[in-house]
Design a protein around this ligand. Sequence first.
Ligand code: CO
Length: 491
Amino acid sequence: MLKEGKIVAAEGEEGEELEEVTKENVTTATETAAKKKKKKKKKSANENAEVESNGAVKEESTPEKVDLPHKNGKINDEDENDEEEEEGEGEGEATTGETPKKKKKKKKSKKKSKTANATETVESSISHQTEPPSIPVSKFFPDGKYPEGEICEYKNDNLNRITNEEKRYLDRMHFDDYNDLRHAAEVHRQVRKYAQKAIKPGMTMIEICELIENGTRTLIEENGLEAGIGFPTGCSLNNCAAHYTPNSGDKTVLQYDDVCKIDFGTHINGRIVDCAFTLTFNPVYDRLKEAVKDATNTGVREAGIDVRLNDIGAAIQEVMESYEVEINQKTYQVKPIRNLNGHSILPYQIHAGKSVPIVKGSSTVTKMEEGEYFAIETFGSTGKGYVREDGECSHYAKRQDVDQVTLRVKKAQSLLGTITKQFGTLPFCRRYLDRVGETKYALALKHLVDSGVVESYPPLVDVKGSYTAQFEHTIILRPTCKEVVSRGDDF
Ligand SMILES: [Co+2]
């Protein structure tokens, strides 16, 4: 998340395809692949008819609800290779180099589907994710195409974008970007599904973060700056709303009565999924979570091309404040935290410049635009609805505008080298520096912050004794439709 003009964190979601596989009780992966293909083909025949505007995630339908435009009309048996070629055309030089690799993959999957029911291969045992998660998400999608998020039709003046030929062409041009983000989102869903099940009171915050981070690194097949963690795993507790992750040595243990915001990020080629949920064990917080989930979904619903950011803030506030919650015999009207907000996202840039307020207010008329990516996140509080920086800092990021700098302090210069190589401009935390072998870097890091090369993002807290909750999704304002990429069957 992010505090006025600052960096934020995010997360992803869900595992529809996986769910489905499990539910069908499919015995071999080859059969599964064949089934999926059949279904996709069927759906592409009536894609427009299946567009939903309201976003409820339905079993089996959401990721595939609207078939990809590039699949349109390709329902004959030889469609796979054609598809691949068409895709390459639309995407220009950047993808040309990758095409052969993709084709290879594709052929493999094709062969698989044709030999369904034939001999079981080693791979055929992959029908669902393990616990803890250990199977890279790519293994579930041998054709390299990842499931779409929730598709929402635009409203009002933008109503016919979904069928507009020019918009559909523009949309096809960006397929690879969407697909990268969808891949990251599927990792998010699978990791969080396990996190929601496995995180229990009594665990240390470090154990919790490592559970999520190990899962992400494995499922996304972490590879330098091409695939990995999007930002530090937020696990802010109670009155702390954001930007807390433990530093090494932190002995904090999760308690039954805690309200923990799990905010983690995944990325493929810098396309970041920023998605968060609130984890509680005591049911007294259920209503608070409901309020914030409703507020975030309101923001997601209101978002669209040409929509004023302020109008979104007003809609969010109205919904959030319509909730009264009772916690330990005290009643509170839920307040949006007015100095926290959603944000636009660019490759390797978690905060790309536009803020999505969660209260009504300022008179600026900035609008959302076609092709933009946003993290829609809201925070509700039983406190003042305003956060300040407090506590030991863990989150940092190299500033976007810094390229080559020469620093007088040698250790700071080498630390900056590590940061650039390992994280680029992606946010990181001290634990991430530890694991790549940096030691005794506190002063050097301080020097980088003081020199303005690295920005620090201290924990953000509301008043003592208050409770804060958060939900967040990443969306794409595609030329043809709005895609809630990180949507899952959990939230
Ligand atoms: Co965020």
